[in-house]
Design a protein around this ligand. Structure first.
Ligand code: SF4
Length: 716
């Protein structure tokens, strides 16, 4: 039997290793889907250090999604009310290049925006940065990671002087206390949770604290579940900090030698005594005391969070509040400890490394730093001043740019903003106003395709070669092992071709993804995300590898280190090498409940589905697991409203309405309701969670508060 292809699951930031074999294996019946199409065999890769052979239902069923509803040929139309017509690549690319030139001439280059995806491989991200930020000279490149983890990026940067989660998955099996806040890890990062759960079950003295307004599967496994009111995360963290300070459970030597700003932070947490915090958070004071006690008695505390913290109008402050507690207790830079942000998308980390947000440049550089811009201009052989010093438009700012007419061309790739953006009716209205939208995607139909003038078919995972970095900074090569359907091309090749047609031939003289990655890693040398020692060849031969991985060190030496952590030398990336305490007071929700809209709606993901269902909606087993969307309501609220399970409920916010069947359950906190975010207009009628959400964002990270808005419930 042929050796399996080793690759990475392309769904989530856990980054599980997969092994893939062709549909026909000698001695084994061919696996087929319902319509008889032979399916590739997919299983967990036991040699992948991150996942050790485990996979969840998404990874296990991925083969079924690869051939269905594929966009095969470029298509175009002049107006959104016209049908698409098939065109050649030549026609489509000519149209795009002409339009770029026209918009640049009539409105200026900052009237062009690109909105892309953490589904990109690093090579796609890198070439897009070179095209947009380098050659075109606009920083208007943003990714759906803006909606996912940009608060973690801002929090790490402000506290440590650089982005990058300092922890690794081995910490899951070396901690004394796991503190999970704003993450339903069991459903959304299932293999991370499986690793911890195995260890937790074997070690009864290890504590698991889960902070979540819902009693999720994650919370059900906790030693302590804190069902706080939505928006009170900072209060909780400062309440814990207040108690640790009162008890003297501090690491004074660490604070003294390795941090700045503790005295000012002490003044802030003075205002968060346990009785006040317990009332604000809606928990018992004893629960707060227990959480602080678990934290203080653990030698190693590992906190983890994801969208429940990041998707907030004070997301960066929340991240820094978590980090503050780690700093005051010295819980960082050692096994089993540290503040660990779990990324959502499979390559959101690679996107950060390649500069894939509108304020970043490749290699953890910033567009506002003149030295960084100069380094890139020299490296890319572009004239001085080519890169703009202005941060580009963020995801939501591109929507408002369409509203005002300031954006004359939108280029969307591998993401579905017609479902995933906040305030979705406003988003759709803005998309309808776009003078010219290019959409490159591997599936058709999707909700976003309704708003495109040009559709470009792309290859997806399995049909192209590139790398992805998972949450623990581990880079895995994903080789091509299938033939792409129709005329699909990889995202980086499309960007490079447009670049060449715009006159940048030497900047885009690449034939293979390996060459693109080789150029990119040179830009990471001596940067915090140094992966200059990596290459496609190295990753193919040696397997998935964590950064930092410098070309200066002997590769064999580096490989010996089994699990890499950042800051083990307690030197941070700030000018004086010290980490910084934040001193921000909690503000709460941007849109708190009131008499007219008395409930807080929180949104989230389910175990089997991925984001807007472009893949998982096409997999029979997963569709059967979740046939319909729903709304969770606490029995006390349901009784007052006369609602029973399966009754239809109309949910209204200040922006829109949606209807869901009720699921009456004590799993949700009273006065809070929960709706999954996976259903767009393609999959269910009038059941879009984002019809209700608002766009108010964290001022630092510009990440919208998708997790909470005020709603009213009307029994139908
Ligand atoms: Fe894929 Fe994430 Fe599931 Fe792992 S946990 S198999 S990366 S979806």
């Amino acid at each position: 039997m042929a050796d399996p292809t080793k690759t990475l699951c392309p769904y989530c930031g856990v980054g599980c290793g997969l092994e893939v074999l062709p549909p026909a294996i000698p001695g084994k019946a061919v696996n087929r889907d319902k319509d008889g199409t032979p399916l590739w065999n997919v299983r967990g890769d036991r040699t992948h250090p991150s996942s050790q052979g485990m996979v969840c239902v998404k990874g296990a069923t991925i083969a079924e999604s690869l051939h269905k509803d594929r966009l095969r040929f470029p298509m175009m139309r002049d107006a959104l009310d016209q049908p698409f017509r098939r065109v050649t690549w030549e026609e489509a690319l000519t149209k795009i290049v002409d339009r770029i030139r026209l918009v640049k001439f009539t409105q200026g280059v900052d009237a062009i925006g690109m909105y892309a995806s953490g589904q990109f491989q690093t090579e796609d991200y890198y070439i897009a940065q070179k095209l947009m930020k380098g050659c075109l000279g606009t920083n208007n490149f943003d990714a759906n990671s803006r909606l996912c983890m940009s608060s973690a990026v801002a929090g790490y940067l402000q506290s440590f002087g650089a982005d990058g989660p300092p922890c690794c998955y081995e910490d899951l099996e070396q901690t004394d206390c796991a503190f999970l806040i704003g993450t339903n890890t069991a459903e959304c990062h299932p293999i991370v949770f499986n690793r911890f759960r195995r260890y937790h079950k074997k070690n009864s003295d290890v504590k698991l604290i889960v902070v979540d307004p819902r009693c999720t599967e994650t919370a059900a496994a906790a030693d302590l579940h804190l069902a706080i009111n939505p928006g009170t995360d900072i209060d909780l963290m400062y309440g814990i900090a207040h108690l640790l300070l009162r008890w003297g459970d501090l690491d004074k030597a660490f604070i003294e030698s390795h941090t700045n700003g503790f005295e000012e932070f002490k003044e802030v947490i003075r205002h968060y005594p346990p009785d006040v915090v317990a009332i604000r958070c809606g928990i018992a004071e004893t629960e707060l005391l227990t959480a602080a006690h678990y934290w203080s008695s653990a030698k190693r505390v590992l906190s983890m969070w994801s969208m429940g913290v990041n998707q907030s109008s004070e997301g960066t402050a929340k991240v820094r509040a978590i980090i503050n507690v780690h700093l005051m207790t010295g819980q960082i830079g050692k096994p089993g400890a540290g503040p660990f942000s779990l990324t959502g998308q499979p390559n959101a980390m690679g996107g950060r490394e390649a500069g894939g947000l509108s304020h970043l440049l490749p290699g953890y550089r910033s567009v506002t730093n003149p030295g960084h811009r100069a380094e890139l201009e020299t490296f890319w052989q572009l004239p001085t001043g080519s890169i703009s010093s202005n941060p580009g438009l963020t995801a939501w700012e591109m929507i408002t740019g369409l509203e005002t007419g300031n954006l004359g061309m939108l280029w969307v790739a591998a993401t579905n903003p017609a479902v995933s953006m906040p305030d979705i009716e406003r988003t759709k209205a803005a998309l309808r106003q776009s003078p010219f939208t290019v959409y490159q995607e591997c599936y058709y139909p999707t909700e976003m395709a309704d708003y495109a003038h040009v559709l470009l078919p792309t290859t997806q995972w399995s049909e192209k070669t590139g790398v992805m970095t998972n949450s623990e900074r581990r880079v895995t090569l994903c080789p091509q092992f299938r033939v792409a359907p129709g005329e699909a091309r990889s995202d980086w090749e499309i960007f490079a071709e447009v670049g060449r047609r715009l006159g940048y031939r030497k900047q885009f003289a690449f034939n293979y993804a390996a060459e693109v990655y080789a150029e990119f890693v040179r830009l990471t040398r001596d940067r915090p995300c140094d992966q200059s020692g990596l290459s496609h060849t190295y990753l193919r031969e040696m397997g998935a590898t964590q950064w930092p991985f410098s070309s200066k060190a002997e590769p064999t030496q580096q490989k010996v280190e089994k699990a890499k952590r950042l800051y083990t030398d307690l030197k941070f990336h700030t000018p004086d090498g010290k980490a910084r305490f934040s001193q921000v007071y909690s503000r709460g929700l941007a849109e708190p409940p009131d008499d007219n809209y008395p409930f807080v709606l929180t949104t989230g993901r389910l175990y089997g589905h991925w984001h807007t269902q472009s893949r998982t909606g096409r997999i029979e087993k997963i569709r059967q697991m979740y046939p319909n969307p729903f709304i969770e309501i606490h029995p006390r609220d349901a009784e007052k409203l006369g609602i029973q399970s399966d009754d239809w409920v109309e949910v209204r916010s200040r922006r829109g309405t949606a209807r869901f069947p009720a699921k009456v359950t004590k799993a949700i906190t009273p006065k809070t309701v929960f709706v999954p975010m996976h259903w767009g207009a393609l999959w269910a009628e009038n059941a879009e969670a984002n019809a209700l959400t608002h766009e108010i964002a964290c001022p630092d990270s510009k990440q919208p508060e998708l997790k909470a808005c005020a709603v009213q419930l009307i029994p139908v």
